[in-house]
Design a protein around this ligand. Structure first.
Ligand code: ATP
Length: 658
């Protein structure tokens, strides 16, 4: 018996045998073209540049159970080729097979003796995540400078100033007065870049040799604020005329206040004028703080050297305050850059960049509604219009290309790698600086940034507790009363949850202290306060100052203060509601373990969230850093009665108010 077996090769003919037979007929009728033919079923270019398709090849085996299946045989019998001498059985030599089925399929070209096998289809090679992340990587980011977080520079009280850091004797004295005896890693690396030893590079105007922009990614609490405050103060101190030369943009009012305090502390006694605008005061009051009331001046006018602001209020002044000009800016700082660039805030960035860029003659003319002296033919690109000037080609310094002297400085603990957003910044020869563990290679360090594996403070201990959602308040009370957590920020998911949890906590503390009045282990109730955008700015300011003064033990807060806020004595952060993404996690837990101090972060995870949260931290390569804890029913039992009392009281409050 004969067996017809198809070789495991890919047949590009979607058609059946008829098409093939048809092809065979045509091939036989036509004079043989000078074409290359298939070899082993592969596509082989013909001399005329065409490609031929491979055809199915059949192999005959002597054990074929179904001889009638031979497509080749049927095609052959009807083919004109069958009239050729070899196709006639009567003319076959005696030792040839007598059955048609014994014949090899006929073909205009004899089959090659050995045919190459096509490789079997296999799974395509999927690139590694890291490989994908590195594709199209910004060149500046790829050559980012990795900085060891343990790097530091001791500050010498030398009166003559420090050549290595570039700080003057006055600044060094001021730092010593503030108790700062060394520079942290981010400051050690950034200061020499911003305070070069060549004096001319410290000029207030650098139109022909503009400075490079700098992007810094460094962990929370690593001292990024001082890293820009020190060089700005140092350079602006050389100014004679007050102009707005440094603009610091921050996402929240609370941060504006904090950064202003840092500027004031460092610049004390140096004569620099520092202001902030956040919308806390009336617009006209802010205007009077910022500009002189003079007729409109082309160069603007300013009463301040350094302005710290939120983007929304900055827009208001840019659009509505006469003489408010950014043309003299030497520094534009965007702190918490990823947060600020993630939201448009009325397209603040585009407007600010436009206000710092020197306009062309045409733009200037159009802006002032003046008629330009330059003709406007449609044959030239507007960028080449200056070539049309009549008269002798005399080059004056006014014609030279000058650039804005404004140096952009971007900071975040979670710097973004979004090419679109980075492009919007119009960075000039940007340099990236990344503070993170030095045991990683340059390549993997940069990839960590690209893949958003953020670096954390080395002094931070992280824990997570998975529990039933109904037990979360009890677990929090357990952390406070059994583990001894105090001086803590407790983050919830919304302003409303903040208020509710704070009320419940207060009721719990009252119930507990009443229930233990006569007990020997009586402890004074924990002082709790809610903190969210539901409160007025003045209320928030008061609460923060009380918390700083440790009159409040625990702030139950929304994400309003998850970024940037620096409160020295915070030793614990509790994520009462789990953060929705890794950035939020990094910033929240970064409110503790700052400036080399130790701190603990606790994340309560509801059972149904556990999978998502674990996936999130695993993707960020952060899984091993977080220890898993279990809190048993037995541990919670002693606190349960007070909790039930508090819960009933809270329900009563909400029933009464609704
Ligand atoms: N060289 C230094 N020596 C001692 N303390 C410092 C030094 N530099 C900064 N600090 C202190 O470290 C704390 C954290 O600094 P800072 O707020 O600038 O951190 P950050 O990197 O901006 O953090 P975040 O990303 O959370 O905003 C502040 O209290 C600051 O005063």
């Amino acid at each position: 018996m004969l067996d017809l077996e198809e070789e495991p090769e890919i047949d590009l003919d979607a058609d059946d045998g008829n098409a093939e037979a048809e092809h065979e007929k045509t091939a036989a009728k036509q004079p043989r073209k000078k074409k290359q033919h298939r070899k082993g079923g592969t596509l082989i270019p013909a001399e005329d540049g065409d490609f031929e398709r491979p055809r199915k090849r059949h192999k005959l085996r002597s054990s074929d159970p179904s001889p009638g299946r031979s497509r080749s045989t049927i095609a052959d019998s009807s083919s004109p080729v069958s009239s050729s001498p070899v196709s006639s059985s009567s003319e076959l030599p005696a030792d040839e097979p007598q059955s048609l089925l014994d014949l090899q399929p006929l073909s205009p070209t004899p089959p090659p003796s050995s045919l190459h096998r096509f490789p079997l289809p296999s799974r395509p090679h999927a690139p590694e995540k890291a490989e994908l992340a590195s594709q199209g990587l910004d060149r500046a980011l790829a050559s980012a400078q990795l900085v060891d977080p343990l790097l530091s520079t001791p500050l010498s009280p030398d009166e003559g100033g420090d050549n290595f850091t570039g700080l003057s004797a006055k600044t060094l004295r001021r730092l010593r007065d503030l108790g700062i005896v060394e520079l942290f890693a981010v400051q050690t690396t950034l200061l020499p870049l911003l305070l070069p030893s060549e004096r001319h590079k410290r000029s207030l105007y650098l139109p022909y040799d503009p400075p490079s922009d700098i992007c810094v990614s460094a962990p929370t609490g690593s001292g990024k604020t001082l890293a820009y405050v020190l060089p700005i103060v140092e350079i602006l101190c050389t100014r004679a005329v007050v102009r707005l030369r440094a603009l610091v943009v921050l996402p929240t009012r609370d941060l504006v206040i904090q950064v202003r305090e840092t500027f004031e502390a460092i610049a004390k006694g140096r004569g620099l004028k520092i202001a902030s605008v956040t919308g806390q005061h009336s617009f006209s009051h802010e205007q009077s703080q910022l500009v002189e009331k003079t007729p409109s001046l082309q160069g603007g006018s300013s009463k301040v050297d350094i302005l710290i602001c939120t983007p929304g209020r900055l827009m208001d002044h840019l659009n509505g305050t006469p003489n408010f000009s950014l043309q003299h800016l030497r520094f534009l700082v965007i702190d918490e850059a990823d947060r600020l660039l993630a939201q448009s805030f009325q397209g603040w960035l585009t407007q600010v960049l436009l206000a710092t860029r020197p306009p062309s003659h045409l733009e200037a003319g159009a802006a002032h509604g003046e008629e330009t002296l330059i003709p406007y033919p449609n044959t030239l690109s507007p960028a080449f219009l200056h070539l049309l000037r009549g008269g002798p080609a005399v080059q004056t310094d006014l014609d030279e290309k000058r650039e804005s002297s404004c140096q952009k400085l971007l900071f975040s603990a979670t710097l973004m790698n979004d090419p679109g957003r980075i492009a919007a910044l119009e960075l000039r020869n940007p340099r990236y600086m990344v503070v993170q563990s030095s045991n990683e290679s340059q390549e993997s360090g940069v990839l960590d940034i690209v893949m958003e594996k953020f670096s954390m403070p080395t002094t931070l201990k992280e824990h997570m507790i998975v529990c039933d959602s109904s037990q979360k308040p009890l677990v929090l009370f357990h952390l406070v009363h059994s583990i001894g957590i105090t001086n803590a920020l407790v983050f919830t998911k919304s302003a409303e949850s903040t208020l509710r949890l704070a009320r419940l906590f207060e009721f719990f503390e009252t119930a507990r202290s009443t229930g233990q009045k006569n007990a020997t282990q009586y402890k004074k109730p924990v002082v709790v306060q809610d903190y969210s955008s539901d409160l007025s700015p003045s209320e928030r300011k008061l609460i923060l100052s009380k918390f700083r003064a440790q009159e409040i033990d625990m702030l139950i807060c929304s994400d309003l203060i998850s970024r940037g806020i620096d409160i020295e004595h915070v030793t614990h952060v509790v994520n009462y509601d789990a953060p929705v993404d890794m950035r939020k996690y990094v910033h929240r837990v970064g409110r503790t373990a700052r400036a080399g101090r130790i701190g603990d972060a606790w994340t309560l995870i509801e059972e149904q969230e556990a999978r998502y949260f674990k996936g999130m931290i695993k993707a960020a390569g952060h899984g091993p850093a977080i220890s898993r804890l279990r809190v048993t029913e037995r541990q919670l039992a002693p606190l349960a009665p007070f909790y039930h009392v508090a819960l009933a009281q809270l329900k009563g409050t909400y029933t009464r108010t609704s």
